[in-house]
Design a binder for this molecule. Structure first.
Ligand SMILES: Cc1cc2nc3c(=O)[nH]c(=O)nc-3n(C[C@H](O)[C@H](O)[C@H](O)COP(=O)(O)OP(=O)(O)OC[C@H]3O[C@@H](n4cnc5c(N)ncnc54)[C@H](O)[C@@H]3O)c2cc1C
Ligand code: SF4
Length: 551
């Protein structure tokens, strides 16, 4: 059977801020070019999870009149509070003079990034872009060039639908389409599964530090109006993750409509196999500085997503023959600011400029190396350079000393510390065997402030057709029990925020791994943190996954 095929000038994989900014900018620069954006979520925004405090720099450049156009940046930040939680009960509030400069949010907006993306998709469509939600790019299409003796990217194939769990065709079977383009832009967000393949194939990470990650667990609450302070931004560090000798911190942003966006980011460099990022988030909410807002409130949504935070030292080359890797798919997040939406957008806008240039000059499928210079000349590079030591210094020296070095570099020396720290060990390689780790006594969910994983996943409205091939692929099916369980008490049981990996023990005390793939919220943590690097996340049938309303 021949596949259906479509062709565009530019194909963009992923309707996040990076992909949508690319699409809008291309059509602003040239109405001649055809542009298609594919999104694996059932609608644009369904898979977007962020804080989010948005720095409007890129938005101002892309749509200087965004206010008149109705962009949902409605809540300006009115105050920042930063706390060091010294224990489960106590906290020290940072005096304003000691607040890291990167966490001062005057001029920024508290948003739902999902809603910002929905709005950007509407602008893209109004500019003539074809936006196709419900389609996951499953494979990359390459073409061999005899002259160059190498392969370049010519597009992608979307996933088949209507296969059963054994890979056999059901009556609803539809073969995936080929979508070809002169240039393909990969903007899948953190740990994109195609981005990962491109980095390997074209060795885009040669000479770079490994990428480093965090896992963000987020909840949306509707709270008592008397406790709500629209525009207030709170960041915390210290307890609870400090008890595990790991890094991380929480955020609490007061949005509109008496809602607060609460989240806890656990740095995936943690080494205690008993650490559970989900439970760290649950117990963090019990600190009086957070609990005071939630008392009498109601949790209305839940989700999780990994973030790529290695910064410049880990940023791969972003160009390859036939396309570009942008946004968090490459790793453009500013970790010290905990912000990546503005840098993702800017990386896309720069991509748009070089692509339009290349196609106008009759080129296609080439490597647009000009992008690297454009990137270096832009504010995005300056921002990432300024904060380059924030992550590695804290990994090397811990939260307090590393934090002080980062403070000195950024607040006092304006990012000019004459040294750049590196962080050469990948997060998954740091996990210690269970016999070297202390168990962590997480409290049981109380059903008021803290909840179970399954109750939480329910709130993410996650849905996958149950009878489809499992999208979580084990390179070796023996590893989870024979190696990971034996050595690490299988950490997937704890790092997965959706309870997808369960160890089942039968009456003869025989253990097996059950993968509840239908619960997967697409956070990508298993692909990152499995100590054996045995798990590969692949895109399930398009439209499957969480259905976040305004995360
Ligand atoms: C907990 C948390 C808090 C954060 N807080 C902030 C904040 O306060 N401020 C801020 O600016 N940033 C914040 N960030 C970072 C910010 O969310 C990201 O930097 C930003 O979303 C990156 O944009 P992106 O377009 O590169 O990727 P994403 O926003 O991840 O978008 C990628 C899109 O591509 C789609 N996709 C992926 N693979 C495929 C495929 N194969 N086929 C089709 N579609 C695909 C996804 O479904 C998704 O819609 C936070 C992140 C997290 C996790
Ligand atoms: S299975 Fe993997 S990607 Fe899915 S929710 Fe669990 S850790 Fe995240």
């Amino acid at each position: 059977m021949t596949r259906e095929s479509l062709e565009f000038d530019v194909l963009i994989i992923g309707a996040g801020p990076a992909g949508l900014a690319t699409a809008c900018k291309i059509r602003q620069l040239s109405t001649e070019l055809s542009v298609c954006v594919l999104e694996k979520g059932s609608e644009v925004g369904a898979h977007i999870l962020s804080g989010a405090v948005m720095q409007p720099t890129a938005m101002n450049e892309l749509f200087p009149n965004w206010k008149e156009l109705g962009a949902p940046l409605n809540i300006p930040v009115v105050d920042d509070e930063i706390y060091y939680f010294t224990s489960q009960e106590k906290a020290i509030k940072f005096p304003k003079a000691f607040e890291p400069i990167t966490l001062k949010n005057h001029g920024n907006y508290i948003v739902s990034l999902g809603n910002v993306c929905r709005w950007l998709a509407q602008q893209a469509e109004d500019l003539g872009v074809d936006v196709y939600p419900g389609f996951a790019a499953a494979e990359i299409l390459y073409e061999y060039c005899d002259e160059k003796k190498s392969e370049h990217v010519i597009g992608i194939i979307t996933g088949d639908s209507g296969l059963d769990q054994h890979g056999d065709k059901k009556t609803s079977y539809m073969q995936g389409m080929e979508i070809k383009a002169k240039y393909t832009v990969f903007s899948e967000g953190c740990r994109g599964h195609l981005g990962k393949q491109l980095i390997k194939k074209y060795q885009l990470d040669a000479g770079k530090d490994p990428q480093h990650y965090g896992i963000g667990i987020k909840e949306l609450w509707e709270i008592d109006p008397s406790k709500h302070k629209e525009g207030l931004v709170i960041h915390t560090t210290g307890w609870p993750i400090a008890e595990t000798n790991a890094l991380g911190g929480g955020f609490c942003y007061h949005l509109e409509n008496n809602q607060v966006s609460l989240g806890y980011i656990t740095d995936l460099s943690y080494d205690n196999t008993y650490c559970s990022p989900f439970d760290e988030m649950q117990r963090w909410k019990l600190h009086p500085a957070i609990k005071r807002f939630l008392d009498g409130g109601k949790r209305i949504s839940y989700g999780a997503r990994a973030m790529a935070k290695g910064g410049l030292q880990s940023l791969p080359k972003m160009t390859f023959p036939g396309g570009l890797l942008i946004g968090c798919d490459a790793g453009t997040l500013n970790n010290a600011k905990i912000k990546g939406s503005h840098t993702a957008m800017k990386s896309g806008m720069l991509a748009a400029e070089v692509i339009v240039n290349a196609i106008t000059n009759q080129k296609q499928h080439t490597e647009i190396t000009e992008y690297t210079d454009r990137f270096k000349q832009s504010w995005i590079y300056d921002e990432l350079h300024y904060q380059r030591n924030f992550g590695p210094a804290r990994h090397k020296f811990g939260d307090i000393i590393g934090g002080a070095i980062a403070f000195l570099d950024m607040n006092i020396l304006a990012g000019n510390l004459p040294i750049t720290f590196n962080d050469k060990i990948a997060d998954h390689a740091l996990m210690r065997p269970k016999n070297q780790c202390k168990k962590i006594p997480y409290p049981k969910p109380d059903g008021v402030f803290t909840f179970s994983k399954l109750d939480s996943v329910f709130l993410s409205s996650t849905n996958h057709a149950e009878d489809q091939p499992c999208h979580l692929i084990l390179a070796d099916s023996n590893i989870p029990i024979k190696h990971n369980l034996e050595l690490f008490d299988e950490p997937a049981q704890r790092y997965c925020p959706a309870g997808v990996y369960e160890i089942i023990t039968d009456e003869k005390e025989v253990h097996s791994l059950q993968i509840n793939a239908q619960n997967c919220v697409h956070c990508k943590t298993c692909d990152i943190k499995d100590p054996s690097q045995n798990i590969t996340w692949l895109a399930p049938e398009g439209g499957g996954g969480p259905n976040y309303p305004n995360m």
